[in-house]
Design a protein. Structure first.
Length: 303
């Protein structure tokens, strides 16, 4: 397996120069655009990895998957999806003009920023407690008590994110989020700044592949949550590229703008890929290439 991973990195590394590291969150622009890492773990816990798989980066939008899980655990599926849709969209991840098209318009899905801010607001707890609960859930799923957040990236986004701030206030005005808008945004920026590596992502993937069971078997959440998460990842996880991605890769996935991609192959594997050079959709350009190759090589498409 390691030979396959090495080969995929070699074959795809040329792609990094066709992408661009995110700089709208200033601290993210410090990333090395040539970095590539991969880790794949089967549901028995066997791990295979290559490249910069230990290097840490911020989870960014991949945290939306965990926030959705926690909101559903706290409030139930019906209450969550009353406030955020479950339909894919052909708009970029940070678009929100559609909220204005209908009076009751809610964000299309929990993977775009507007939807994710609603999801985060639905997590139980006052202020920072929401964040602590989300962080503890990630620690529990990965079995790593040391996972924390990157203060520089957090502050960098908090002090520049006028677009997210604008959409959060609009969501509040529409009655889709409750409580203090700045508090909700603070939790959202912190959750996006949680630092992980490819091994952590592979463990999160294995957890969902294993229907919400942790590897040591200690923790078991309702397995119906995995079905919802995997379905939403398949249809919405790669934003307005999700359709082509399903055709070419066929692995339920979620990307983050720091360059991570989480992959879930139900009943089989969890996958973590890192490559901070992004395509125009905000997805890791080399991550896409590698997952496409891996899917062909191992026959991983769910379709
Ligand atoms: O809210 C933002 O814009 C970022 N914190 C997260 C966006 C993101 O990761 C988009 N994914 N590729």
């Amino acid at each position: 397996m390691e030979n396959v991973l090495n080969k995929l990195i070699e074959e795809n590394k040329y792609l990094t120069k066709y992408g661009k590291v995110a700089d709208y969150i200033p601290a993210l622009s410090n990333a090395n655009s040539d970095d590539i890492g991969i880790c794949i773990m089967d549901i028995k816990g066997n791990v295979y990895s290559s490249g910069e798989y230990i290097k840490k980066f911020t989870i960014q939008s991949i945290s939306k998957v965990i926030a959705l899980m926690l909101a559903i655990l706290d409030k139930g599926k019906n209450e969550v999806f009353q406030r955020v849709g479950m339909e894919p969209t052909d708009e970029p991840f940070n678009s929100f003009y559609k909220l204005e098209l209908h009076e009751e318009g809610k964000p299309s899905n929990p993977m775009i920023n507007a939807g994710a801010i609603v999801t985060t607001s639905l997590i139980e707890g006052k202020g920072n407690e929401k964040f602590t609960r989300l962080l503890n859930l990630i620690r529990d799923i990965t079995g790593d008590e040391n996972i924390s957040y990157n203060k520089e990236v957090y502050m960098s986004e908090k002090s520049t994110s006028n677009r997210n701030r604008a959409m959060a206030y609009l969501l509040k005005e529409k009655g889709l989020i409750e409580g203090d808008v700045e508090e909700v945004l603070d939790v959202y920026f912190k959750q996006c700044s949680i630092e992980i590596n490819c091994i952590h992502l592979a463990k999160i993937g294995t957890f969902f592949a294993n229907k919400c069971r942790t590897l040591n078997g200690d923790t078991h959440y309702p397995e119906g949550i995995a079905n919802i998460i995997v379905a939403i990842m398949t249809t919405c996880g790669m934003y307005d590229f999700s359709g082509q991605y399903a055709v070419e890769v066929g692995i339920p996935s979620k990307s983050g703008v720091a360059g991570g991609i989480l992959g879930v192959v139900p009943n089989k594997y969890g996958i973590g890929v890192y490559g901070p050079s992004l395509d125009k959709y905000g997805n890791s350009i080399v991550g896409y290439g590698i997952l496409k190759g891996l899917s062909k090589e191992l026959g991983l498409s769910i379709f």
